[in-house]
Write a protein that binds this ligand. Structure first.
Ligand SMILES: *Cc1c(COP(=O)(O)O)cnc(C)c1O
Length: 408
């Protein structure tokens, strides 16, 4: 077999569908986010505005975070030096876990190298250990949850997105004595909507299921201390395990779970994703701790993102540009075609110095390709004015093209 040409054809198939992934090379600069330097191929770098960042509150450049990281490097060096089991449990990681347990009002917390590995590790472990477990998973759950459930190899029931009736039908269809897990998210990152968490907890109680909630897009942003949507709604105690990340609103990298001492200990003790990988560096843990602690008390970043998102949505309304009207800070503009979606984002970058990554299959279903706009705490009104003007111009200019692609 000619391996090279076999795989080259696989790449060509993506290109033909318009969903080959082009990465934009950027350099973020402290003090100027959401602007960053963009490095086009064979041309000089230039300044563009990022409209698709998950650094929702700008914590990736906050002095409190940067100082904590610099200090940790000066004191403790670069890496952790091992897995958590073999010399990698630094005092930085332990202090961070204490703060996270407090954030979610749980007994215990556990830090992972990423939110992806946290989901995969926790869900695979819990579902694998429970005998004859049935896992109920929202249709739009993140790939990391899906992979965790797959690895756990328990029987899986997929319920329609946020559909309580469908979820209850599926729960009812399973033997009352079987162990069950309901796995879902609070803020859905590609839809921008928020799950009916309390109602899902009602069902979990009725059918004796564990609740597993991914608050990756909500921690830092929602709740009076940044504890997520469950904190905002006063129902932290009703969730058995909450999973989050430092990669989004906290501005760094790394993931975590919180829950009872026993649940967290079982993941710590059984999850290969946790056991067999090097621990997060002290500087990351110190930065994450500074970020989490800062957002437990500071309200200004949350107030700013709310105001900026409301302003962006009002401008889109005025311009007649339709978006998914979720209750969160994420604003998805549905384009419905991968070629078209790529063309618009290319024009935005080339003509307006605005960077938005097109979101295509398999991240979202075919026919629902979209631009996912994230107004952060630092996207002031002027930024939204410029973005929506650019979108209006492009819609006017390329009217025919956009309609043709949509009708096809
Ligand atoms: C990004 C994301 C993750 C993974 O988190 P990382 O820290 O980036 O690995 C998990 N769940 C959801 C819903 C996400 O969007």
């Amino acid at each position: 077999m000619d391996y090279q040409s076999f795989f080259a054809e696989k790449i060509d198939a993506l290109k033909n569908e318009g969903r080959y992934r082009h990465f934009a090379t950027l350099k973020r600069r402290v003090g100027s986010f959401p602007d960053a330097l963009y490095y086009p191929e064979n041309r000089d770098p230039r300044t563009v505005t990022i409209w698709c960042s998950n650094d929702y509150l700008g914590m990736g450049q906050h002095p409190v975070v940067l100082n904590a990281m610099t200090e940790a490097i000066a004191q403790s060096g670069a890496g952790a030096g091992g897995t958590r089991n073999i010399s990698g449990t630094t005092a930085y990681a332990v202090e961070l876990e204490d703060s996270l347990a407090d954030l979610h009002q749980k007994e215990s917390a556990l830090v992972f190298p990423s939110g992806y590995t946290a989901n995969e590790g926790a869900l695979s472990t819990l579902s694998q250990l429970l005998p004859n477990c049935a896992v109920f998973s929202d249709r739009l759950n993140h790939a990391s949850m899906i992979h965790g459930i797959k690895t756990g190899a328990a029987e899986k029931f997929i319920y329609n997105h946020n559909d309580l009736n469908h979820l209850e039908d599926l729960l009812k269809s399973v033997d009352a004595n079987r162990p069950k897990i309901i796995a879902f998210e609070s803020v859905y990152s590609m839809e921008g909507d928020i799950a009916p968490i309390a109602e899902i907890c009602d069902l979990a109680e009725k059918y004796h299921a564990l609740t597993y909630l991914d608050e990756v897009h909500a921690v830092g942003v929602y709740g009076p201390r940044g504890g997520g949507v469950a904190e905002e709604r006063g129902i932290l105690h009703r969730i058995d395990m909450i999973e989050g990340t430092f990669g989004k609103a906290y501005g760094l990298v790394g993931g975590f779970i919180t829950g009872s001492k026993t649940l967290v200990d079982v993941v710590r003790s059984y999850s290969a994703n946790f056991i067999f990988t090097t621990a997060l560096p002290p500087a990351i843990c110190a930065g994450a701790l500074a970020s989490v602690n800062h957002l437990k008390t500071s309200q200004s970043e949350r107030a700013a993102i709310r105001a900026n998102v409301a302003y962006l949505k009002s401008l889109l309304d005025q311009a007649g540009l339709s978006y998914l009207r979720g209750a969160s800070h994420i604003t998805p503009l549905i384009i419905g075609d991968s070629v078209c979606c790529k063309a618009i984002t290319d024009w935005l970058l080339a003509e307006y110095d605005i960077y938005i990554q097109p979101i295509n299959y398999p991240t979202v279903p075919r026919g629902t390709e979209r631009m996912r706009l994230t107004a952060t705490a630092l996207h002031t009104r002027e930024y939204s004015d410029r973005l929506v003007n650019a979108l209006k111009n492009l819609w006017d200019e390329h009217h025919g093209f956009l309609n043709i692609r949509r009708a096809a």
